[in-house]
Write a protein that binds this ligand. Sequence first.
Ligand SMILES: Cc1ncc(COP(=O)(O)O)c(C=O)c1O
Length: 399
Amino acid sequence: MMNGPSTARHELNPRWCLAYDTIDRQDIDRLIQWLGSYPRLTKGGVTREFESRWSSWLVRPHSVFCNSGSSANLLMYYALLASGRLHNRKVIVPSVGWITSIAPAIQFGFEPIMCEADPETFGLDLDHLETLLKQHHAQTVMLVQVLGVPHKMRELMALKARYEFLLLEDACAAIGATYQGRKVGSFGDMGSFSFYFGHQMSTIEGGMVSTDDKTLNDLLLMLRSHGWSKDLDGETHHALVSRYGVDDFHSPFVFYEPGFNLRSTDLNAFIGIGQLDKLDWMTEQRRRNHARYVERLSGHFYAQRPPQGSDVASISVGLLAESRQQRRRIVQALSAHGVETRIFSAGNLGLHPFWVNRYGAASFPVADRIHHCGFFLPNHQGLREEDIAAISTIVLEAA
Ligand SMILES: Cc1ncc(COP(=O)(O)O)c(C=O)c1O
C-alpha cells in the first residue's frame, strides 16, 4: 500500500483483497486429475487447443500463447520490426498504462512519444494523438485499454485510417470488455492480453497475442520460440525450407529470425482452457460489481466514463479523489478497515524514473491527476453487494 496506514493489523490480512484468485479448487482438482494421466507438459497440443479456443472466443483468426502479458507486448513490437513494414521507428505511447506497454519500444530502439490520457476513458487523448501524428508522423501507436473500460474505438479507428499508423492494442487488463459488440483486443493490428493473477482470468502467468494477419502471426510464432519454423503450419514451414534449400536433418534447427524463448507450457494452457469456460460468467460478476460501485460513488468521485455501446470488464475499480490530501485520507481509512488499495495502475508513466531519466518528465493535466489522486477499489468475481456497500461507505465517510 502506498500511504502510511493507521493500523498494521489489517494490512497483513485484509478483509477485502484487491484481487482474488480465479483459479479455484475445482480448477486445481481438474488439473490434478489431468496430471494423473501423465501428459506432456511443455508446449504442445493443449497449447494449440487453447489458442484455437481463444481465437474463437475473441473472434480473430490467429492467437499465440506466451508466458506473460509483458512478453505479448514484447512480441508485438518485435514482430512489427521484423515485418519490414516500418519506415520509421516513432511510436506514440500512452501516459496511462503499464511499464511493459512502453519498455519494449525503448529496448528495441523505437522513439517513443508520450500522449495525454483521455478525460473520459483514460485511453489515448484523441486530440493530442492527432497533434502528435501531424507533428511526428509516427507509424506506430500503442493503445492501452485502461482497466477494462473500452476506448473510443470508432474515433480512434478513423484516425488510424486517416494517418495509416499500425495499431498495437494492449488489452492486458481489459479481457472481455466490448465496444459496439466487438471484444477489445480485436481492433489493433495485433492485440495483447495478460493472464496474470488478479486479471479477468489467469493461467498463473501467461499472455496472448491475437491478430487477423497471417504474416504477423507467422512472425509471432517464430519469435516466440528461438526463431525456428517448427511451430508454423506445414505449408509455410515447407515454403521456408525450400526457399533456403534446407535439408531434413537441419530443418528443425534452422533459425529464420533472431528469436526469443517466450513460450508458456501445456500445463498453463490446460488451466487457460478451464478459465475460458467460465470467463464470461466471471466478467459478468465484475461488470455487475462495477455498476454497483458506480451507482454509489460516481456522484462523489471522478471515474472513467465508458463510450456509448460499450461494456466494461473492470479488473479493479479506479476512482480519482479531489486532491492528494483527500486521497491520503481515503487510503488511510481503507487500510484501517482492511480494504486493500493501491495507486491507479501506474499513474502517469511519464513521471516514472525510467521515462524521466531518458526523455524528461512528461506532465499532462489528466494523466497527472490520475497519478496524484487515483486509487483502486477491489473488484473480483467473489465480491457481493454487501461488500461493495461496506467499502463504498468507508470511502464516502473518509472523503
Ligand atoms: C495494461 C497492461 N499491460 C501489460 C501488463 C503486463 O502483464 P503481465 O503482468 O502478464 O506481464 C499489465 C499488467 O497488469 C497491464 O495492466
